[in-house]
Design a binder for this molecule. Sequence first.
Ligand SMILES: Cc1cc2nc3c(=O)[nH]c(=O)nc-3n(C[C@H](O)[C@H](O)[C@H](O)COP(=O)(O)O)c2cc1C
Length: 173
Amino acid sequence: MDVLEAISERRSIRKFKKKPVEDELLNRIIESGIWAPSAGNIQSWEVIVVKDSETKSKLAFAAYMRDFIAEAPVVMVSCANEHRSSAIYGARGMDLYCIQDAACAAQNMLLAIHALGLGACWIGAFDEETVRNILEIHEGVRPVALIPLGYPNEKPYPPIRRGVEDVIHYKKF
Ligand SMILES: Cc1cc2nc3c(=O)[nH]c(=O)nc-3n(C[C@H](O)[C@H](O)[C@H](O)COP(=O)(O)O)c2cc1C
């Protein structure tokens, strides 16, 4: 799939078929995350893969009862690794770069998920401490995005976007 096509046609998917996702596809998705840009190529991110029903239900609870999270065959959690980034870049690495690294990886994975005929949604609304406890995430690693994914069972219309002329700001000095 052409990358520009993947960028414009990817949609947030919140309804999934019961069909499981093959491990080979999961590996290809994570490989796409690994090829994302990262500050200094330090790759300050980790990904947790959850398939277990009970854990997915707990994650749905932590995300304020969004049940579709529990119904996805897989939930990936893109995490920022503050240790890796701050060891090189100090406070900026800790507060910013590792979050950006995890976000870049998450976006690459969303595009790969779409290109492979799967669907997913970035979930940012969750209680971080609860997710940390459910997944026993170590200190210094922050969950940034829950990514429930599976074979799509909906085809949402593209939501309206701002126009180029609205986001662009030319400076004339
Ligand atoms: C940082 C971020 C946080 C988001 N959090 C949520 C969320 O908590 N729940 C949800 O249903 N969608 C969430 N989304 C998905 C957005 O609602 C979605 O990307 C947006 O409406 C545009 O739709 P599209 O992805 O289909 O183009 C989030 C997306 C981003 C990038």
